[in-house]
Design a protein around this ligand. Structure first.
Ligand SMILES: Nc1ncnc2c1ncn2[C@@H]1O[C@H](COP(=O)(O)OP(=O)(O)OP(=O)(O)O)[C@@H](O)[C@H]1O
Length: 897
């Protein structure tokens, strides 16, 4: 059966609550006027007559900047005690300014005895007659407390004085709180919003006493209603939050579940109180500020915050964080259902939860959800919420791990493994407003669902009150929680598992007809009755959330903080494993490298050993063989023919193996000495090649011949010729192998040395060419000198006295004339020669190749000496003066021998 869409549900009133029951609800909309005046067009006025401006509809959902929020108070000692409230920290009597608790006040107002009530007109001091709601003047109003002033020390309000548990150490409530359970009633507050218009107020029918937390109605079925807090039209959002939610938020941070919800007729200021505006932030943004302040002020714990945001619209749950924001296409959503579990209680699933790290981030998430929330214009509200909206902030917290587990060995805590995680939930609920008349079908349908769920909520609270009188209904079997999604979701809170603060909003003046006004009054009275019943019915026995320990259990698995811790541990382990693995790999690589090197070395070593063995075997065999030969040589006396004895030769050869052996020994040195070893090898190469050369150059054959001869001579039958031959062949093969090895080495050594000497050759070539040139010069000079000497000798011979024979002969043949002529010719040719030589010598002197001595001698300049090529005598003898005919003599000529 569909919900009724025609009438606003009237809350059932428990019989036992006389005074509440005695407040008559108007049966019909046409009931006699309760005295409420139709709201006038004038604005609501403040105590000084000023009318607080009504925010326009559009103002409501302005983006709220966290910077515009007031800073949370530092000291929390401003709160007084509030007995009987689960949110009260102290056990002291309430402020003297607050005469009674709400409960008492309701009770007292319910007593049939002359209870000061408007109903019976005996309002002895309870009702302040001077209050005139009609003109908006509220004579009893708490002075508006600014948040900043409230931040300074303690202050008391008209409703309650709180005292923070932290500062009331040792108090009874603190002791109780330490047990982890807080018992008491919920906090119920009523907020009266300023009238939009002021032309239809029932003159003097309503009395609002914020100081005494009292609302009185003097109309028909009127009465006095006391609550924990009554906020007048002058109280701002900050004050409302401070008094009805601040402590609860703190408790949530300490590990208790907490629920704050706003209940009231449409357009009475629920959303305004919960969300607020940019200039006057409401409960939600202020709670967020306090949550983060608490985290900042609690360095001993670490926190993780998750947030979800859902709405119940037409009895269906929608995830506001998964929905597309205004304008975007809505993604198809999985149906969200309510489930119950022993640890979590009733919860919606699947629901998106976002982890938030800053107030701004949290506000942004909520603002996104707000955008998706369904609102519509109604008769009483331009932007009416058409759904119940539930913001859930899940707080996970855990004792912070000591930074250095090793430090403070004496401190037990430092040795403790991280403590369990506490999970608590703060539910901030903005209910849709009850609504009687709706114009469109859609609005009517929405209204019907809203009204039905609110009716169920009223019924549950009424029944709670009944069962409380009967001794309780622990299982809640008799309570119709399941009749609506709202009550099902609120089951935990309503059954006392969480701390609850209810804000009921009301508007005392309304525009419209008398009927509308009457209806409005009825609704207002219903709201007040609901608040009274809630105050009396819901008894909280909220326990601090258990700490989920370790990895086991469903609770622990749900706890993100624990999951993250485990994940971090796992990742750390993985990191360590990877690091170890890497180290292992590096070590393996090194080992492999070493192994490869060792293998290489071993291979080389093996080669060398093999080589050495080969050489040794060959040499050994050879020595044996030679020994045999030596013996036979000795016996045969082969030295008699005067040639080099075989022994001598072999001993000469035997030097070679000896040197080879030693060199092989050198070649197996460690790789560190490789350079030296290479040098040694080259030496070996030279030596070996020398040996090999010597052996291969025919001497070996000679030796073999000698051997054969020796063997032949050794006719004593020591070895047969064939055996000798075989031995020699084997020996030859050995030698060949040995020679080839030595040749290889020689080749290597040559290659190495050729690269070293190639550069030196070019220099030497140039030097040789130079020397050759000089030598040529010298030769030419020598030739010239020789020919000059010859000419001189001839000349000398001619000047010597002739033999008588020759003189005679000359004289007889020719007298002086022909001889003189020839002499002259010769002298001339000598002079020419001398001149030529002189020129040549002068030329050399000029070039600096020759130095002329003091006595006319010449010698080569030191830089032009030929050195090893065979220099001419350093000093040439001075040229002898050649006798020339008088008058033809020229300069003396040097001559060299
Ligand atoms: N205490 C207040 N001071 C000033 N303006 C207020 C106050 N309370 C409500 N208003 C204004 O009244 C109008 C309606 O308020 P609001 O939307 O909060 O009502 P509501 O109870 O949430 O209505 P609904 O149930 O239809 O969503 C808004 O324009 C809001 O700004």
């Amino acid at each position: 059966m569909g919900p009724s869409d025609t009438s606003l549900p009237t809350l059932s009133v428990p019989k036992s609550r006389k005074s509440i029951a005695s407040i008559p609800s108007p049966k019909t909309p046409n009931a006699p006027r309760s005295g409420l005046r139709a709201p006038s067009s004038a604005s609501t006025v403040s105590s000084n007559g000023a009318v607080p401006p009504m925010p326009k509809a559009g103002q409501l959902r302005k983006a709220v900047s966290i910077n515009s929020f007031p800073k949370p108070p530092k000291g929390d000692n401003r709160f007084g005690s509030m007995p009987s409230s689960p949110l009260a920290g102290g056990d002291k009597a309430r402020s003297t300014r607050k005469p009674k608790s709400a409960r008492d006040s309701v009770a007292s107002s319910n007593t049939p005895t002359p209870t000061p009530s408007l109903l019976n007109g005996s309002a002895e001091g309870k009702f302040i007659s001077s209050v005139r709601m009609s003109d908006g003047v509220i004579s009893v109003s708490s002075p508006p407390h600014s948040r900043s002033s409230s931040a300074q020390g303690s202050y008391s309000t008209s409703a309650t004085t709180y005292e923070d548990s932290a500062d009331a150490s040792g108090s009874a409530s603190e002791k109780r709180a330490s047990t982890g359970e807080i018992k008491g009633n919920v906090i119920v507050s009523v907020r009266v919003r300023p009238d939009a218009t002021n032309d239809n107020h029932a003159d003097g029918e309503w009395m609002v006493d914020g100081r005494r937390s009292l609302i009185g109605y003097k109309g028909k079925e009127g009465g006095d209603y006391y609550y924990d807090n009554v906020f007048t039209t002058h109280d701002n959002n900050a004050r409302v939050y401070d008094h009805m939610a601040k402590r609860l938020v703190r408790r949530v941070m300490e590990g208790y579940h907490g629920t704050v919800f706003a209940y009231g007729q449409t357009g009475t200021g629920k959303t305004f109180s919960m969300q607020g505006t940019a200039s006057s932030p409401g409960v939600i943004p202020l709670a967020i500020t306090d949550i983060f302040s608490y985290i900042r002020e609690t360095p001993s714990r670490e926190f993780l915050l998750r947030v979800s945001y859902l709405e119940i619209y037409n009895e269906k749950i929608h995830d506001l964080l998964s929905m597309a924001s205004a304008g975007g296409a809505a993604a198809p959503q999985e149906e969200i259902k309510l489930r119950e579990d022993s640890k979590r209680g009733v919860y919606a699933t699947p629901l998106k939860e976002e982890i938030v790290q800053s107030p701004t981030q949290l506000l942004r998430v909520i603002a996104r959800g707000d955008q998706a929330r369904r609102t519509a214009s109604t008769q009483f509200n331009a932007r009416s919420s058409r759904s119940h909206a539930v913001v859930q902030i899940i707080v996970e917290s855990r004792e912070r791990m000591p930074a250095n587990p090793g430090a403070g060995a004496g401190d037990k805590r430092s040795a403790i493994v991280p403590g369990g995680v506490r999970v608590s939930t703060l539910s901030l609920i903005d209910l849709a407003g009850s609504e009687k008349a709706a114009e469109s079908k859609e609005r009517r349908q929405e209204g019907a669902h809203i009204n039905k769920s609110l009716l169920t909520l009223g019924t549950v609270i009424a029944k709670l009150s009944e069962w409380k009188d009967k001794g309780g209904d622990k299982d809640g079997k008799h309570l119709p929680y399941r009749d609506s999604k709202l009550t099902r979701l609120l089951q935990g809170a309503l059954s006392g598992n969480s701390l609850v603060s209810i804000l009921c909003t009301a508007a005392l003046g309304v525009t419209g007809t008398a009927a509308t006004s009457a209806n409005h009054t009825i609704e207002t009275l219903n709201t007040l009755k609901f608040a009274s019943r809630a105050k009396n019915s819901i008894v909280s026995h909220a326990k601090r959330a258990e700490e989920a320990l370790g990895a086991g259990g469903d609770g622990a698995a749900r706890v993100l903080l624990e999951r993250y811790r485990m994940e971090i541990q796992e990742l750390k382990k993985e990191l360590e494993t990877q690091a170890t693995k890497k180290n292992d790999e590096e070590i393996k690589e090194l080992i492999e490298h070493d192994r490869a090197q060792t293998a290489q070395m071993a291979e080389r070593h093996e080669e060398q050993v093999l080589e050495m063995q080969l050489a040794r075997t060959a040499l050994k065999e050879r020595i044996d063989h030679l020994n045999r030969l030596i013996l036979s040589s000795k016996s045969a006396g082969v030295n008699s023919n005067g040639t080099m004895s075989a022994l001598a030769r072999y001993s000469q050869i035997s030097l070679v193996p000896g040197s080879a052996r030693s060199s092989v020994a050198i070649s197996i040195r460690s790789p560190l000495e490789r350079t030296a070893s290479v040098a040694s090898n080259s030496t070996i190469g030279r030596r070996s090649s020398y040996g090999a050369k010597r052996m291969s150059s025919g001497e070996a054959a000679e030796i073999i011949d000698a051997e054969e001869d020796s063997v032949g001579e050794n006719g004593d039958g020591m070895a047969s010729l064939t055996a000798q031959n075989r031995a020699l062949q084997a020996d030859l093969a050995d030698k060949n192998r040995y020679i080839s090895t030595l040749e290889k080495r020689l080749l290597q050594a040559r290659r190495a040395s050729s690269s070293r000497t190639s550069s030196g050759f070019s220099e030497k070539d140039a030097e040789i060419a130079d020397l050759r040139a000089r030598l040529d010069d010298k030769d030419r000079m020598l030739a010239a000198l020789r020919s000059a000497a010859r000419s001189r000798d001839n000349a000398d011979a001619m000047t010597e006295p002739r033999s008588p024979q020759s003189q005679d002969g000359m004289r007889s043949a020719h007298p002086w004339s022909p001889t003189i002529k020839e002499s002259k010719r010769r002298t001339k040719s000598i002079d020419e020669m001398n001149n030529m030589l002189e020129e040549m010598i002068q030329d050399r002197v000029d070039n600096g190749q020759i130095i002329r001595g003091a006595r006319g001698s010449v010698r080569l300049a030191p830089s032009h000496r030929l050195g090893s090529l065979g220099e001419p005598p350093s000093e040439l003898p001075p040229l002898r003066r050649v006798p020339t005919p008088i008058g033809e003599r020229s300069a003396p000529v040097e001559a060299a021998s």
